[in-house]
Design a protein. Structure first.
Length: 251
């Protein structure tokens, strides 16, 4: 049975309000999950993003219109444009190069956006991170998909023109939509899944080389101790680290 949790981000302007309600689907219906917060999560290979839209939380947008919408296109464009890491609240640095956001996120593959035959025909895209760890099997959850439900709300007659569901949009809607997408990735993607996307995932790759020496040090400490309870705890910890390193090496 799947476990689904919801969260929302929004951008408010004088004439309109745009928001995204994200529904995260997991394979575990028992683990308590609070969003948005960092989750020890794992993947089989990729995560599926699906899209839908409404106006004033009532009028639905046709899947074919959603497929061509600026909302979906801005999501994809964000992954392919070049920007600095701090756009996603990454640690500031003086030696990084300008590169695509998907590289900062650790994404190696983005599928074509198509209409899903099995989910009422809504648009979907598959995103694959460079590494999909399966650490802490007793605590982790397997994230299956994230559904993004966009909503447009007009706050004045001045915003009666194109919306985020139009194929083409003009100022001031474009920067507002870009801001929404940045918040979405920062809070709902990197913020929720730091071991799958973002700087912590990259840091883990760099620190992996120290795992074997850490295990040897713990084993040496255990061998000198006369405290059997302490030795049992350390041995259990060492076994857990060795199992995690073994899984990590296979990815």
């Amino acid at each position: 049975m799947n476990n689904k949790k919801n969260s929302v981000v929004s951008v408010n302007e004088r004439d309109f309000e745009i928001s995204v309600f994200s529904t995260h689907t997991f394979d575990d219906d028992k683990t308590e999950i609070t969003l948005p917060s960092a989750i020890d999560s794992r993947l089989i290979s990729s995560i599926l993003f699906t899209f839908s839209g409404t106006v004033d939380h009532s009028t639905p947008i046709l899947p074919t219109d959603m497929l061509r919408s600026s909302a979906v296109q801005s999501f994809l464009l964000y992954l392919t444009i070049a920007s600095y890491p701090e756009h996603m609240n990454f640690p500031s640095s003086t030696d990084f190069a300008l590169s695509k956001n998907k590289d900062h996120l650790g994404i190696i593959d983005i599928s074509e956006v198509i209409l899903d035959d099995h989910s009422s025909g809504i648009p979907k895209v598959s995103v694959t991170p460079s590494r999909y760890p399966s650490f802490h099997p007793s605590a982790d959850v397997h994230v299956l998909s994230i559904h993004l439900a966009y909503n447009w709300k007009s706050l004045s007659q001045l915003s009666s023109g194109p919306t985020i569901f139009s194929p083409q949009i003009l100022l001031p809607l474009r920067p507002a939509l870009n801001k929404l997408v940045r918040k979405l990735f920062s809070i709902h993607v990197v913020g929720c899944y730091p071991w799958l996307f973002g700087p912590l995932r990259t840091k883990l790759d760099l620190e992996y080389q120290w795992f074997p020496s850490l295990v040897r040090s713990l084993q040496a400490i255990t061998g000198r101790s006369e405290n059997q309870v302490f030795r049992n705890k350390i041995q259990a910890l060492v076994k857990k680290i060795q199992n995690q390193v073994s899984v990590y090496k296979q990815k």
